[in-house]
Design a protein around this ligand. Structure first.
Ligand code: SF4
Length: 65
């Protein structure tokens, strides 16, 4: 499963703008004013995660390689 990448949200950066949740609702959720993330998203959702990484105003989302 080489392309099954992991994704993370840095809780120190996240300000709960929730753009990630709009862009990738399968992967992100909001809990206690912080984005939570499905760490090992379905590869089909990777484009949505990429969009969220780009859109996050805090650059809090990153792929873990
Ligand atoms: S878009 Fe960024 S700042 Fe906003 S909830 Fe998602 S991770 Fe947090």
């Amino acid at each position: 499963m080489a392309d099954h990448r992991l994704v993370q949200v840095d809780p120190r950066l996240c300000e709960a703008h929730a753009l990630c949740i709009e862009l990738a609702p399968n992967v992100f959720d909001l809990s206690d004013d912080i984005a939570t993330v499905e760490k090992s998203p379905d590869p089909d959702d990777s484009p949505d995660v990429d969009a969220a990484v780009s859109a996050c105003p805090r650059q809090a989302i990153s792929w873990v390689h």
